[in-house]
Design a protein around this ligand. Structure first.
Ligand code: CR6
Ligand code: PLP
Length: 833
C-alpha cells in the first residue's frame, strides 16, 4: 500500500485549525505596525531582535486579549484554583510555543517570509528562559502548559531570577560557568504588575504580647523588609481558549524601609541595602539533587512563598472578605518538592498572627490546602535547615514549626504508638543531634493532605523506604501521579516533519489527545510508512549533524546510530558507565578495525553543578576522549563522541527528534521518574534503560520488545547493597572492564598528563562505586550490542521506532494534570468565552 507523500501543501493542511482567523496579510500588517510603533524602528534597518520582538508583540495582541477574558471568567465563576508553587520553571523559548498554541505559526512564518525574514532565524534570537535546573523545573513548565490547555484555573508561582541556570562553556575541555543573561535587554514575554507588590519581612525577633482581652499573641519585629514585585508571564493553552499566568517575584529593597536610611543621610548605605535585597532574586542555585544549605536559598524560598500566599489571600479576600471557611475549598497549593515547604508555617503565621484565627482552625485550613510532590529519594537532596539558621532568618516560623511538631507528636504519633520514642524521633520535624535541623520533607508530609511521587515505582519507594511510618499513620495520604510532558512543545513544535506525517494519518487532534497516535501502530509493518517515518528521522539527523558541526566542529555521519544521553550530570545517572562503554567500543575497534558494529555517534548534553567535582571531571574526561576518538583515523569514523556545550531546552528540542537511542541508565531506585526518557521515546528513540522511574512504564506501554532493558532491578540492587557490594570483584573478573578502567590512569587521552582522568577510576573502585556502574556494566554493554544488531534490521528498527511513537500517549502531561485534578486538586474546568 502506497502512502501519500508529505508535500508542502499537505503540511499546511496538517496544521490545526487556527484559533484566530489571522491570515498572513493581517499578521504582516501587525508585525509592521509593531515594528514601527512598539519598537520604534523601520523594516529597512530592523535587527533580527527587533523582528522577533515585533512578531512577539503581534502575537501578544491575541495573548493579552485571551488573558483578559480568562481572568474575567475566573473572577466571575469564582472557581477553585490550583497554585503551583515551584522554585523553578524551565520554560525555554516562548515565541514559537505561543505561535503554535495560538494556531498562527504558519501565518507568522508566511508573514515574515513576505517581509523577507526567515522565521527560524528570527526564533533563534530568543534566549531560553532557563529559570530551572532540569527535570523538576521543566516538569513545572509542562504542567502549566497543560493546565491552560485543559481550561483549569491555575497560577504558577516562582522566582524572577535575574540570571537563570549558568551558561556552560568548555575551556581546555573543562566546564566553565558564565552568567545567563536571559533578559539583559528586557523580555517581551512578561508584564510587570506594580499594583500587586508585596512586602516580605525577614530576620528580627518575636515579642509576646497580650491583646485587650488578655489573649497571648506573638508579634514578629522583622529586622528587614524586602519588596516582591510580580512579573506575569502569560501561559497560552493549546488552542488559546485559556491564557493563565506564571507569576514570578523579583526582590527589591522596600521603599519605606529604605527611605529612613536615605533621610538619615545614608545614601551609600541605602544603596548597599538595595544590592542586598536585589540579591535575593539574582541567581538560581545551580544544584540538581544536591543540597545547597545556604542562607540566601532559604531566603529565596521564603521570599517567593510569602509573596505568593499574600497574593492568594488578597485574591480570596476580594471575594470572601474575612470569611475563612471557604479558603481551602477555593484554593489548593501544590508544593513542587520541599523548596516551597516554608509556605506551611507562613500560612499559619498569616492566619494566626495577622488574621486572628485560632490555631486549630488555622491548622485545619493549612492541612486542607497544601499538597506535596516528592521528586527524589536521594538523601543529599532532601532539604534540611539548621535550626540556628532558621531562627536567625525566620524566628517566628521556627516557633510555629516547633508548635506544629509538638502537637503532631503528642496528638497523633503518641496516640498511634504510645510511648514509642524511637518512632517519635524518626517522625519528628526536628532532627536532633549535634546540630539540630528542620526536616522540610517531614514538614511537607505533616502539613499537607496528599503526598505524591512522580512514577509508579518511585511512589511505592516513597511509601516503603522513605516514609513507611507516615504511610501507616496517614492511610491514603500517599499516592502516585506519573510525570508527563507536553506533546505540543515536545513533538508538534520540535519535530514538524513527524508531526505533519502523524496529522496526515490520525488527524489534527493528537496534540491534545496523544492516545490517538496508537492508530499509527497499524502502519508499523507497512514498508511505505516505514520509509516515510525513517526518511523523517534521517532528515532530522542531517539537521542535527549540521548543528553538531556548527557547535563543535565535529563531522558526523547522519546514517550512524545517534546514541543520546542528555540530562544533568550526576553519578546516579551514570554518564560514567556510558563513558566506560565508549572506551570499550573504542578498544574493540583498535584491536580489530573490522569489529562488526554500525557506525555510532554518542552524543552528550549536560551541565554539572559548579561545586560537584567528580561530575566536572566526567565532563572533562568525555571531552578528552572525544578529542582522541574523533581524530583517530584507525577506527575509520565508526565511533564519534560529541559533547554539546550549554545543554538547555532549545538544544533538547533539536536533539530529541534526531535520536535513535535514548540512554536512561540510572541505577534502579534512584531516578524518581525522568521526563527526557518520555520525550525521546515519543520521538521514536529506543530506550536503552534500567527498570527505574518511568522507564518501567515506558517499557510497559511500548512493550519490552521495543526497548532495550538491562541491569539490576530495584530488588536486586537492594539485595546486593544488603549483602555488601564490592566493585573490585567486577574489576578482576571482567578483563574488558579492567582494561578500560586502567586506561583512565594512563595519559592516552591527556597526552603528557597521566592521572588526569584517574578520579573517575578511583570513585568506581576505592570510592566504592556508590551507583554500582561496574555491577551493571556487562549487562549494559550487552544491551548496547543488542541495540546495534537491531539497528541493522532496517524494517525491524523502523517498526520499533513507530511503536514507540504510537504508544507514548500515557505520558502526555494533560493526563498527569487530569490525575492531579481527580486525585488531589478536585478542580472544575472553567471555560473561557
Ligand atoms: N532531578 C528527579 O530526579 C524527575 C524530576 C521531575 C527530579 C527526576 O527523576 O523526573 O525531578 N528530582 O519529577 C528533583 O529535582 C529533586 C529531577 O529533576
Ligand atoms: N534538562 C532539560 C533541558 C530538559 O529538557 C529535560 C527534560 O527533557 C531535563 C533536563 C530532564 O531530563 P531527565 O529526565 O533525563 O533527567
Amino acid at each position: 500500500m502506497a502512502t501519500k507523500k508529505t508535500t508542502a501543501s499537505a503540511k499546511k493542511k496538517a496544521a490545526p485549525a487556527a484559533s484566530f482567523s489571522l491570515n498572513t496579510t493581517d499578521f504582516k500588517e501587525s508585525i509592521l505596525k509593531h515594528l514601527h510603533s512598539t519598537l520604534g524602528t523601520d523594516e529597512n534597518k530592523a535587527s533580527n531582535r527587533a523582528w522577533a520582538e515585533a512578531t512577539a508583540a503581534a502575537a501578544n495582541d491575541f495573548v493579552y486579549e485571551r488573558l483578559r477574558q480568562t481572568q474575567k471568567a475566573h473572577f466571575e465563576a469564582d472557581t477553585r484554583a490550583v497554585h503551583y508553587l515551584s522554585a523553578e520553571f524551565l520554560m525555554g523559548r516562548l515565541l514559537s510555543n505561543n505561535l503554535h498554541n495560538l494556531g498562527v505559526f504558519d501565518a507568522a512564518a508566511d508573514a515574515l517570509k513576505d517581509l523577507g525574514q526567515d522565521i527560524s532565524v528570527i526564533l533563534d534570537e530568543e534566549p531560553d528562559m532557563a529559570l530551572g535546573n532540569g527535570g523538576l523545573g521543566r516538569l513545572a513548565a509542562c504542567f502549566i502548559d497543560s493546565l491552560a490547555t485543559l481550561n483549569y484555573p491555575a497560577i504558577g508561582y516562582g522566582i524572577h531570577y535575574e540570571h537563570g541556570l549558568f551558561r556552560q562553556e568548555f575551556r581546555d575541555n573543562r566546564q566553565i560557568e558564565r552568567p545567563d543573561e536571559w533578559r539583559e535587554y528586557g523580555s517581551p514575554f512578561e508584564i510587570c504588575r506594580p499594583e500587586s507588590v508585596q512586602q516580605v519581612p525577614l530576620f528580627g525577633y518575636v515579642e509576646t504580647v497580650f491583646d485587650e482581652t488578655g489573649n497571648m499573641k506573638k508579634k514578629w519585629h522583622p529586622g528587614r523588609v524586602i519588596k516582591g514585585i510580580p512579573w506575569d508571564v502569560p501561559i497560552v493553552g493549546y488552542g488559546a481558549e485559556t491564557v493563565n499566568i506564571l507569576r514570578l517575584w523579583e526582590s527589591r529593597a522596600s521603599d519605606f524601609f529604605n527611605w529612613d536610611v536615605f533621610n538619615a543621610g545614608g545614601y551609600i548605605d541605602s544603596q548597599a541595602e538595595n544590592a542586598e535585597a536585589e540579591a535575593v532574586s539574582k541567581v538560581l542555585y545551580p544544584n540538581d539533587e544536591t543540597e545547597a544549605g545556604k542562607q540566601l536559598r532559604l531566603i529565596q524560598q521564603y521570599f517567593f512563598c510569602a509573596c505568593s500566599l499574600k497574593d492568594i489571600i488578597r485574591r480570596y479576600s476580594r471575594a470572601h472578605g474575612n470569611d475563612w471557611s471557604k479558603f481551602s475549598t477555593q484554593n489548593v497549593m501544590q508544593l513542587n518538592d520541599t523548596h516551597p515547604a516554608v509556605a506551611i508555617p507562613e500560612l499559619m503565621r498569616l492566619l494566626v498572627d495577622e488574621h486572628d484565627l485560632n490555631w486549630d482552625d488555622a491548622w485545619t485550613i493549612c492541612r486542607e490546602s497544601f499538597a506535596y510532590t516528592n521528586h527524589t529519594l536521594l538523601p543529599e537532596a532532601l532539604e534540611k535547615w539548621d535550626v540556628s539558621l532558621f531562627e536567625r532568618v525566620l524566628p517566628r516560623h521556627l516557633e510555629i514549626i516547633y508548635e506544629i511538631n509538638r502537637r503532631f507528636l503528642e496528638d497523633e504519633v503518641e496516640v498511634k504508638w504510645p510511648g514509642n520514642d524511637e518512632i517519635k524521633a524518626k517522625l519528628s520535624i526536628i532532627e536532633e543531634g549535634d546540630s539540630r535541623k528542620v526536616r522540610m520533607g517531614h514538614l511537607s508530609v505533616v502539613g499537607s493532605f496528599k503526598v505524591n511521587g512522580v512514577a509508579q515505582i518511585h511512589s511505592e519507594l516513597v511509601k516503603k523506604d522513605l516514609f513507611p511510618e507516615y504511610d501507616a499513620l496517614f492511610p491514603g495520604k500517599f499516592t502516585n501521579v506519573t510525570n508527563g510532558i507536553t506533546p505540543r512543545r515536545w513533538l508538534k513544535a520540535c519535530n514538524p516533519r513527524l508531526s505533519a506525517l502523524l496529522t496526515e494519518k490520525v488527524g489534527e487532534n493528537w496534540p491534545r489527545d496523544l492516545e490517538l497516535l496508537r492508530d499509527i501502530a497499524k502502519y508499523a509493518d507497512d514498508p511505505a510508512f516505514q520509509k516515510e517515518y525513517m526518511d523523517i528521522k534521517l532528515a532530522n539527523k542531517v539537521d542535527m549533524a549540521a548543528t553538531i558541526l556548527e557547535l563543535t566542529g565535529v563531522e558526523v555521519d547522519p546514517t550512524a546510530i545517534f546514541d543520546i544521553q542528555i540530562k544533568r550530570l550526576h553519578e546516579y545517572k551514570r554518564q560514567q558507565m556510558n563513558l566506560l562503554h565508549i572506551l570499550a567500543l573504542y578498544r574493540r575497534l583498535l584491536e580489530n578495525p573490522d569489529y562488526d558494529m554500525n557506525p555510532r555517534v554518542v552524543i552528550f548534553g549536560s551541565k554539572a553543578a559548579p561545586g560537584y567535582k567528580l561530575a566536572k571531571d566526567i565532563i572533562y574526561a568525555l571531552n578528552c576522549i572525544a578529542e582522541k576518538v574523533n581524530s583517530d583515523a584507525r577506527i575509520k569514523g565508526k565511533l564519534k563522541v560529541v559533547f554539546l556545550p550549554n545543554y538547555r531546552v532549545t538544544i533538547a528540542e533539536k536533539l530529541i527528534p534526531a535520536a535513535d537511542l535514548s540512554q536512561q541508565i540510572s541505577l534502579a531506585g534512584y531516578e524518581a521518574s525522568g521526563t527526557g526518557n518520555m520525550k525521546l521515546a515519543l520521538n521514536g528513540a529506543l530506550t536503552v534503560g534500567t527498570l527505574d522511574g518511568a522507564n518501567i512504564e515506558i517499557a510497559e506501554e511500548a512493550g519490552e520488545e521495543n526497548v532495550c532493558i538491562f541491569g539490576m532491578n530495584v530488588d536486586e540492587v537492594q539485595a546486593l547493597q544488603a549483602q555488601g557490594y564490592n566493585p573490585w570483584d567486577y574489576y578482576y573478573s571482567n578483563p574488558e572492564l579492567k582494561a578500560v578502567l586502567d586506561w583512565l590512569d594512563t595519559d592516552y587521552f591527556t597526552p603528557g598528563k597521566p592521572g588526569e582522568l584517574s578520579s573517575i577510576k578511583r570513585s568506581l573502585l576505592d570510592g566504592g562505586d556508590p551507583y554500582m556502574a561496574l555491577a551493571d556494566f556487562q549487562s549494559y554493554s550487552d544491551a548496547q550490542k543488542d541495540a546495534d544488531s537491531r539497528y541493522s534490521d532496517k524494517a525491524g528498527w523502523a517498526r520499533a521506532m513507530i511503536i514507540n511513537t504510537a504508544t507514548m500517549g500515557k505520558f502526555n502531561s494533560d493526563r498527569s494534570m487530569e490525575d492531579y485534578v481527580r486525585d488531589i486538586w478536585k478542580l472544575t474546568k472553567c471555560p473561557v468565552k
